[in-house]
Design a protein around this ligand. Structure first.
Ligand SMILES: Cc1cc2nc3c(=O)[nH]c(=O)nc-3n(C[C@H](O)[C@H](O)[C@H](O)COP(=O)(O)O)c2cc1C
Length: 378
């Protein structure tokens, strides 16, 4: 069976890299994303289509199964926030092989996002420049749509502050988050508070400890029995990160998603000249450019908190080795977007297959045994 899946993945990968990707990468990335979303919605409607997609992309192995924060995960690879902004793909994602998915980010109000174009590819850097600005249909519409839905995999809801000048005022910003939070208390398996979107009005005010304290105080008042995560920025200084950890320790926070997009254009992993007019100076960078920043953040959070929090590692995962590094640095769960765009959707099962091999090679019988093994605790 293992050989058949290996062969299947090789064939799909060849097809994606040599036929589909060259066509996709000639069009505007947002147009391609919209077309793929439409196709995903269509396939998700039919049981037979889901079965076929599952035959092409599915992979299961008991070593990958785990219960984290009381939630059962069939495998550790999730879809990161930002791909399914309006929660349209929940029917098809399990068949693509994802172990879980984070929807959104969803804001208090409907939000058109920034003006197009707002997504660019950096081919040499294997990254995307993202300047969406939290485009989404808003908490009211999306929660209505999801309220009676049954999900086949764990679902996280990423909430953020509406991208508008009004929410830059502290109380308005907090109320906006609170409205989004309240809208989803009965939907999905966990909520992530995204305080690190680099593309919205007023920057990232809630990475500041005093404002974060106020935000979490308000959200603590909302009755909610499921886990709450905070999504961290990629380029926090050690002091900023430690301050956030101190604040989080006083509130209802069960874990951290590490990390959001990179902001620094002088990052050594950026191989293109970004001064070029075709790519503006705005926007955060995903993929290989953010990988080391994310790995370092995971390691620091794990070390500083001595593994007390659940860490979801995200940023530049293209292979099982990338995923395993994040696990050994302290992540129990992982997410990706850019790896799938550059390598094809079979990458999810390739990574899961590779993780089984790497875990067995090191003598582990579960992911939990490998979490944080590379981190020296003080
Ligand atoms: C097109 C795109 C849109 C994104 N939008 C969001 C978002 O709305 N909320 C969020 O928390 N992160 C968002 N992100 C960041 C991703 O969730 C992830 O943290 C980052 O891309 C690193 O993972 P990757 O290298 O696997 O893409 C977005 C990323 C991409 C590529």
């Amino acid at each position: 069976m293992n050989n058949i899946i290996f062969l299947r993945n090789k064939i799909i990968s060849f097809f994606y890299l040599h036929f589909l990707k060259p066509v996709f990468f000639r069009s505007d990335p947002e147009d391609v994303h919209d077309r793929m979303t439409k196709m995903g919605v269509f396939l998700g409607k039919y049981r037979i289509a889901k079965k076929i997609v599952n035959c092409l992309f599915g992979f299961r192995h008991p070593i990958l199964e785990q219960t984290v924060q009381g939630i059962r995960f069939e495998n550790p690879i999730g879809l990161a926030a930002g791909f399914d902004k309006d929660a349209q793909l929940t029917d098809i994602l399990p068949s693509v092989g994802f172990g879980f998915a984070e929807l959104g980010s969803i804001t208090g109000d409907v939000c058109q996002g920034n003006k197009r174009p707002r997504l660019w590819r950096l081919l040499k850097s294997q990254s995307l420049v993202v300047y969406y600005g939290l485009k989404n249909q808003g908490a009211k519409i999306i929660s209505e749509k999801l309220k009676n839905k049954k999900f086949k995999i764990p679902i996280g809801i990423s909430i953020a502050k509406t991208n508008s000048p009004e929410t830059c005022q502290l109380d308005n910003g907090i109320n906006d988050y609170a409205f989004a939070f309240e809208s989803f208390i009965n939907i999905g398996d966990y909520i992530t508070i995204n305080i690190s979107c680099p593309n919205a009005f007023g920057g990232e005010p809630f990475t500041h400890p005093e404002r974060l304290e106020k935000l979490l105080e308000r959200l603590d008042c909302i009755e909610y029995s499921k886990p709450v995560f905070i999504k961290l920025a990629a380029s926090l200084s050690n002091q900023e990160l430690d301050d956030i950890l101190d604040v989080a320790a006083r509130h209802r926070v069960h874990g951290f998603v590490c990390t959001n997009l990179a902001k620094d254009r002088n990052n050594a992993m950026v191989k293109e000249k970004l001064k070029d007019d075709s790519i503006p100076s705005k926007g955060g960078i995903s993929g290989k450019v953010v990988q080391n920043l994310s790995d370092n953040t995971i390691e620091r959070v794990y070390r500083k908190t001595r593994g007390a929090y659940t860490i979801i590692g995200v940023g530049g995962i293209f292979s099982a080795e990338d995923a395993y590094k994040k696990i050994k640095s302290g992540a129990s769960l992982l997410q990706l977007i850019t790896g799938m765009i550059f390598q094809g959707p079979q990458v999810v099962s390739e990574i899961n297959r590779g993780l089984v091999r790497l875990l067995k090679q090191d003598g582990y019988s579960s992911i939990a045994e490998a979490v944080g093994v590379d981190v020296k605790l003080d």
